[in-house]
Design a protein around this ligand. Structure first.
Ligand code: C2E
Ligand code: CA
Ligand code: CA
Ligand code: CA
Length: 284
């Protein structure tokens, strides 16, 4: 494919990415982004499947390059994890996202919604809980409103430091969500060994609800129902990701899934857009 994209997404989406030159380019964008403050925390609402009401927001990192446009997090995160810049990126995202939650609370006058933030394994430094506490204090946000989203990769490390930090965060009142549930090797065993509060069913399960093959549809319904039953028995709330159609919403609701997120409800967007959307909804 040739470089015909007007927006950065197309340029960075091509197969050329794996070349050393492209990689170097991304590393430079990350460094520049940290220096020039190009990293943003976009927000996507998480809704109650019973009534579509917004119960929280997931913060998703975006690097908005002035010339190249938006760069996909998938590529940035992978490289940032390898080079170690992920901690600095994570700090920026966390601080901005908390500020955004405070702005949303100022607008809607409630303290009801939560903020879910994605964390890479390297971010579980021993100072994390302490730094988070300082940020929350500064923005008058209760730790109960913070959800730490981790994947199995974090738990698989089996690193005592990571476990200690997770325990601290949990005792501090934050909730822990296990992201991309069902896609790893042994997701179930982690429910037993870690203080997980929320299970996020990976979007591949939601997608297979619409498969052309009847048996795939039937099996994915059974899998989701099974995950939901086990999660509830372990005291976890269940969130389904990647909901794009009304049918998926209703089906997931009937399967007993508590909450969900996806393009059907809203795409991730910058905080200004989110505040405008919330304001127009409250007026409607
Ligand atoms: P994730 O945590 O599983 O986030 C969900 C991804 O699904 C997001 O992609 C979101 O934009 C996308 N999505 C939401 N609704 C729909 C839908 O209805 N259909 C489809 N097809 N996709 C939907 P995004 O923003 O590109 O992020 C990709 C991944 O990058 C995230 O997957 C997460 O693993 C990672 N990531 C994003 N932000 C951060 C961050 O601040 N820190 C870290 N460590 N990782 C992050
Ligand atoms: Ca996530
Ligand atoms: Ca996910
Ligand atoms: Ca993912």
């Amino acid at each position: 494919r040739k470089r015909d994209g007007k927006n950065g997404l197309q340029i960075f989406d091509t197969g050329m990415l794996d070349t050393a030159r492209e990689r170097h380019e991304i590393e430079q964008c990350i460094e520049a982004g940290l220096k020039e403050d190009w990293f943003e925390a976009w927000l996507q609402p998480i809704v109650s499947l019973a009534d579509g009401r917004i119960i929280g927001f997931e913060a998703l990192v975006r690097l908005d390059h002035p010339e190249k446009g938006l760069m996909p997090p998938g590529k940035i995160i992978g490289i940032a994890e390898e080079t170690g810049t992920i901690s600095r990126i994570g700090d920026r995202v966390l601080e901005k996202a908390i500020r955004h939650l405070a702005a949303i609370s100022a607008l809607d006058g409630t303290q009801d919604t939560y903020l879910a933030v994605n964390f890479s394994p390297l971010q579980f430094e021993l100072t994390l809980a302490h730094r988070l506490a300082a940020l929350l204090l500064k923005h008058h946000i209760s730790p109960r409103r913070i959800v730490i989203e981790i994947t199995e990769a974090v738990l698989m490390l089996d690193n005592p430091e990571v476990h200690a930090v997770l325990k601290q965060l949990s005792e501090f009142g934050c909730r822990i969500a296990l992201d991309d549930f069902g896609t790893g090797y042994s997701s179930l065993s982690y429910l037993n060994r870690f203080p997980v509060d929320i299970v996020k069913i990976d979007q591949s399960f939601t997608r297979s609800l619409n498969s052309n093959a009847a048996d795939v549809r039937r099996k994915s319904r059974m899998l989701i129902k099974g995950i939901r039953t086990i999660s509830h028995q372990m005291g976890c709330t269940v969130v389904a990701e990647g909901i794009e159609t009304e049918d998926q919403w209703q089906l997931l609701r009937k399967l007993g899934v508590d909450n969900g997120q996806g393009y059907l409800f809203s795409r991730p967007m910058p905080v200004d857009g989110m505040l405008a959307m919330l304001e127009s909804e409250s007026e409607a």
